[in-house]
Design a protein around this ligand. Structure first.
Ligand SMILES: NC(=O)c1ccc[n+]([C@@H]2O[C@H](COP(=O)([O-])OP(=O)(O)OC[C@H]3O[C@@H](n4cnc5c(N)ncnc54)[C@H](OP(=O)(O)O)[C@@H]3O)[C@@H](O)[C@H]2O)c1
Length: 281
C-alpha cells in the first residue's frame, strides 16, 4: 500500500482506505451481515488499507460498532479511524456529546480524524469548530476535517481554528464525478489540504458500465491491458494520481478488497492520466 501525507502534517495515511457506508445498515441498524463486515474490515487492515472511514449516521451508529469490533484485534496505532458528526449535531455541546458516543461505539479513547459530515447553514461553522478544537485539545481526536464543504466553507472553517488546521475535506470524486476539479481541488492542493475522494467507483456504477462496455470504458480497458491491471484499478489509480488525493472505496467482497488494494503503489504516466481524464470529461 502507498501512504500519503495527511494535510500539512507528518502523518502518513493509506492512499486507498475503506469506506463503510451501508455496512451495518443505512439510516437504521442492520445486523444481517455483521460477521462478513467485521471480516472485511480486518482483511482491509491486513492489506494495508488501514484508513477506515465511518460516521455516526451510518446504520444509526451500527457501522461504528462494527468498526470497533473489527479493529480491537489490532494495536490501536495500526488503524487510522475517521468518523463524522452528523449535521444535526453541530451545536457546541452536541458535537462534544456526539464524539463521546462515537468513541464508545468504536471502543477507543480517541479517533484519528473527526469530520463535519455535511455543513448546516443554521449553525455557524465557527461554533462547531470551537467544539472540534476542544476535542482536539482534550486528545479525543487527533485531526480535524470536514466533508462536503465548498471552498468558501473550508476557508471559514479554517479561519475559526486557532491551534490547528483542517487536514482533509471528504468529497465525491471519481471518473463519474469531476465537479471538484474546477475550484475545490486546486484550492486544497494549494493549501495543503487532503481530498478524501468518496464514491470513487460511482457506488457500483463503474462496474455496471464496464459490463455494458461503453465508449469511455474502452479507454479504461486499453490501459488495463497495457499496465497489466484491472479497469477498476486503473480508475482508482486515476483518482489518487494527484499528490493530495486519497480514496475510500467501500468493499465487502474479498476479491474487491484485494483488487482495490492493488490500485496503488504504481502510477499512470502523465500522458495516460490526461488521456483518461479527457475521455471521461
Ligand atoms: N462524506 C459523505 O457524505 C459520503 C458520501 C458517500 C460515501 N462516503 C464514504 O465513501 C465510501 C465509498 O463510497 P460509496 O460506498 O458511496 O461508493 P463506492 O466506493 O464508489 O462503491 C461501492 C460499491 O462498489 C463495489 N465495489 C468495491 N470494490 C469493487 C471492485 N474492485 N470491483 C467492483 N465493484 C467494487 C462495492 O461492492 P461490495 O461491497 O459488494 O464489495 C459497492 O457496491 C463510503 O462507504 C463512505 O465511507 C461518504
Amino acid at each position: 500500500m502507498e501512504y500519503k501525507r495527511l494535510g500539512k502534517t507528518d502523518e502518513k495515511i493509506a492512499a486507498i482506505g475503506l469506506g463503510t457506508w451501508r455496512m451495518g445498515g443505512s439510516m437504521s441498524p442492520d445486523h444481517s451481515q455483521d460477521l462478513e463486515i467485521v471480516e472485511a474490515i480486518r482483511y482491509a487492515v491486513e492489506l494495508g488499507m488501514n484508513h477506515i472511514d465511518t460516521a455516526e449516521m451510518y446504520g444509526a451508529g451500527h457501522s461504528e460498532e462494527l468498526v470497533g469490533r473489527a479493529i480491537k484485534v489490532f494495536p490501536r496505532d495500526q488503524v487510522f479511524i475517521a468518523t463524522k458528526v452528523w449535521y444535526t449535531n453541530l451545536r457546541y455541546d452536541d458535537v462534544l456529546q456526539a464524539c463521546e458516543r462515537s468513541l464508545k461505539r468504536l471502543g477507543v479513547k480517541y479517533v484519528d480524524l473527526y469530520m463535519i459530515h455535511w455543513p448546516n447553514e443554521r449553525i455557524p461553522v465557527s461554533e462547531t469548530m470551537k467544539a472540534m478544537e476542544k476535542l482536539y485539545k482534550d486528545g479525543k481526536i487527533r485531526y480535524i476535517g470536514v466533508s462536503n464543504f465548498s471552498t468558501s466553507l473550508v476557508e471559514e472553517a479554517q479561519s475559526s481554528l486557532s491551534t490547528t488546521d483542517i487536514v482533509a475535506n471528504q468529497v465525491e470524486y471519481g471518473l463519474h464525478n469531476r465537479h471538484i476539479e474546477r475550484d475545490l481541488l486546486p484550492y486544497c492542493e494549494k493549501n495543503g489540504i487532503t481530498i478524501t475522494a468518496y464514491s470513487p467507483l460511482g457506488q457500483g456504477r463503474l462496474a455496471m458500465e464496464l459490463r455494458a462496455r461503453t465508449k469511455r470504458t474502452e479507454a479504461l480497458q486499453e490501459l488495463a491491458n497495457r499496465y497489466i491491471k484491472t479497469p477498476v484499478q486503473i480508475a482508482l489509480n486515476w483518482v489518487i494520481w494527484r499528490e493530495n488525493v486519497i480514496t475510500i472505496p467501500k468493499a465487502i467482497k474479498k476479491e474487491h478488497l484485494e483488487e482495490n488494494a492493488g490500485a496503488s503503489g504504481w502510477r499512470l504516466t502523465p500522458e495516460d492520466y490526461k488521456r483518461l481524464s479527457d475521455s471521461w470529461k
